[in-house]
Design a protein around this ligand. Structure first.
Ligand SMILES: Nc1ncnc2c1ncn2[C@@H]1O[C@H](COP(=O)(O)OP(=O)(O)OP(=O)(O)O)[C@@H](O)[C@H]1O
Length: 255
């Protein structure tokens, strides 16, 4: 394998299966430093399984995964890189019995030796970074709107200053305005912090407004990785159906 510092994730010849059910076969993917990569695919195509395999939550049956130029073979390998990766799971997965500030402090308590008053200082800084007022820190997740909860999840995912951020369906359940604001937050964080973002989504608006490239999971592999404007020219049936009228209009323009 060539060691390229601008490749943050490299997946080669990945095979995953549950019993006889093969999810991925010969799947290859490279994620570039600093990009926002959208991951799309039909329901059940294996997007979440791919994300969870990269995160080490599912063991591949074949293939290699390299993160930060390090081949990941065992759980021990991951302890060195876990703090460099932030994850926002679908629906945020906040601890409902903890305040917003305590949610953001949780990874700091688990993975660092920071104690008060620094815990609070760092948590409030992260809460501010995602565009929320410090007073929100005292509120409970149930008191917040869906958009605010998503922002808190991002603040928690950023607690340890990761270089790589995974987002699973980040705009699901948000109205179009809140979704657009959330997208802009992710773009700003990526640009200002140099974050690499891998975002599993069905949201075409997000893909058009903030993704640098889009990877398409279909037929048990990644069938295309390219900027969304180039995907419009694809002949793959699922991509054409997904992009719908936009792909047809692009074909007309190019005729
Ligand atoms: N733990 C598991 N055990 C058995 N099968 C599983 C498991 N997790 C996922 N699968 C199967 O793997 C396939 C891919 O699932 P996955 O959740 O990755 O799809 P997805 O592309 O994320 O779908 P969606 O867009 O609906 O969330 C599905 O057929 C699912 O039933």
């Amino acid at each position: 394998m060539i060691c390229d510092p601008d490749i943050v994730i490299r997946v080669e010849n990945l095979k995953t299966r549950f019993g006889d059910h093969i999810i991925h076969q010969d799947l290859n993917l490279e994620v570039h430093r600093g990009e926002i990569l959208g991951v799309v695919g039909g329901s059940g195509s294996g997007k979440s399984v791919l994300m969870n395999t990269i995160l080490g939550l599912i063991a591949p049956s074949h293939g290699t995964i390299e993160i930060f130029q390090k081949k990941i073979g065992s759980r021990f390998d991951r302890t060195e890189i876990n703090h460099r990766i932030g994850v926002m799971f679908q629906n945020g997965a906040l601890f409902s019995s903890l305040s917003v500030q305590e949610n953001v402090e949780a990874p700091l308590i688990e993975h660092t030796r920071l104690r008060e008053p620094w815990l609070e200082a760092v948590a409030l800084m992260k809460i501010g970074l995602v565009g929320l007022d410090a007073e929100v820190g005292r509120q409970m997740p149930a008191e917040l709107s869906g958009g605010m909860r998503k922002r808190v999840s991002v603040a928690r995912a950023l607690a340890l200053d990761p270089e790589l951020l995974f987002l699973d369906e980040p705009t699901s359940g948000l109205d179009p305005i809140a979704a657009a604001e959330f997208d802009q937050l992710i773009r700003t964080l990526s640009d200002t912090l140099g974050l690499t973002v891998v975002m599993v989504t069905h949201d075409l608006d997000s893909l058009y407004s903030i993704s640098d490239r889009v990877a398409v999971v279909a037929d048990q592999k990644i069938v295309e990785v390219s900027p969304i404007a180039e995907l419009e020219r694809s002949d793959h049936p699922w991509i054409r159906a997904f992009l719908g009228g936009r792909a047809e209009r692009a074909k007309e323009r190019n005729r």
